[in-house]
Design a binder for this molecule. Structure first.
Ligand SMILES: CC(C)(COP(=O)(O)OP(=O)(O)OC[C@H]1O[C@@H](n2cnc3c(N)ncnc32)[C@H](O)[C@@H]1OP(=O)(O)O)[C@@H](O)C(=O)NCCC(=O)NCCS
Length: 161
C-alpha cells in the first residue's frame, strides 16, 4: 500500500487511537486506557497515516490503523491492532504486525504472544499467515467469548518480508 506511512504512536495520539478503536471493536478501549497501555514499560506503537501529516482529527486522509505492542524481558505481546474498514485487505494489518515483530526482535524479544477471539476470522487468518501458532485457549476472555492464544518465535527468521 503506497502512501501509507507508519509513525510512532505517542500519548498525544490517545484520543485518535480511541476513535479508531471504537470503529474497529465491539468493546473499545477509551483514550485513558490506551494512554495507560502506551505508558507501560516496554510498550510502543505505530500509527498508519494515509498521506499528509498526523492530525489529531480522525478525518481522511489521516489515520488508517495502528498497532500497540510490548517487548520486555525477552517476551513480546501484541496489545491491540486495528485497521479502519476502508483500508482493510490491502496489506496494512500485515505491515503493522511486521513492524511490531521487527521492533520487538530489535528490543531483544525471543517470541511474541497475542490473542484473538475464536470467531475473529480476519485476525486469525492474518496471524496464521505470519506463522503464529495456536498454543492455548482463554475461556471467556472477550466478554464471554473464548480467545485463542498464539505464539511465534522471533529468533528463527530475519527481518520481515
Ligand atoms: C484483523 C485486521 C487488523 C486485518 O487488517 P488488514 O489490513 O485487513 O489485513 P491484511 O490486508 O494485511 O491481511 C493479511 C492477510 O490476513 C488475512 N485476512 C485479513 N482479513 C481477512 C478476512 N476478512 N477474511 C479472511 N482472511 C483475512 C488474509 O490472509 C490476508 O491476506 P490476503 O488479503 O492476501 O488474502 C483488520 O481486519 C481489523 O482491524 N479488524 C478489526 C480489529 C481486530 O479484530 N483486530 C485484531 C484483534 S485480535
Amino acid at each position: 500500500m503506497t502512501g501509507v506511512e507508519l509513525l510512532p504512536a505517542a500519548l498525544v495520539h490517545a484520543e485518535l487511537l480511541a476513535g479508531m478503536h471504537k470503529i474497529c471493536f465491539a468493546d473499545p478501549w477509551g483514550a485513558d486506557s490506551l494512554a495507560a497501555t502506551l505508558s507501560m514499560p516496554g510498550a510502543a506503537g505505530l500509527v498508519a497515516v494515509d498521506g499528509g501529516s498526523l492530525s489529531p482529527a480522525l478525518t481522511p486522509p489521516g489515520p488508517a490503523g495502528f498497532v500497540l505492542w510490548r517487548a520486555i524481558a525477552g517476551e513480546a505481546e501484541i496489545l491491540t491492532i486495528a485497521v479502519l474498514p476502508p483500508w482493510r485487505r490491502a496489506g496494512l494489518g500485515g505491515r503493522l504486525l511486521d513492524a511490531a515483530l521487527d521492533a520487538s526482535r530489535a528490543a531483544g524479544a525471543e517470541f511474541m504472544f497475542l490473542e484473538a477471539a475464536v470467531d475473529n476470522i480476519a485476525a486469525l487468518a492474518l496471524y496464521e499467515k505470519r506463522e503464529f501458532r495456536r498454543v492455548g485457549l482463554r475461556k471467556g476472555y472477550y466478554a464471554g467469548k473464548d480467545a485463542v492464544v498464539m505464539r511465534r518465535d522471533l529468533d528463527t527468521i530475519g527481518p520481515s518480508e
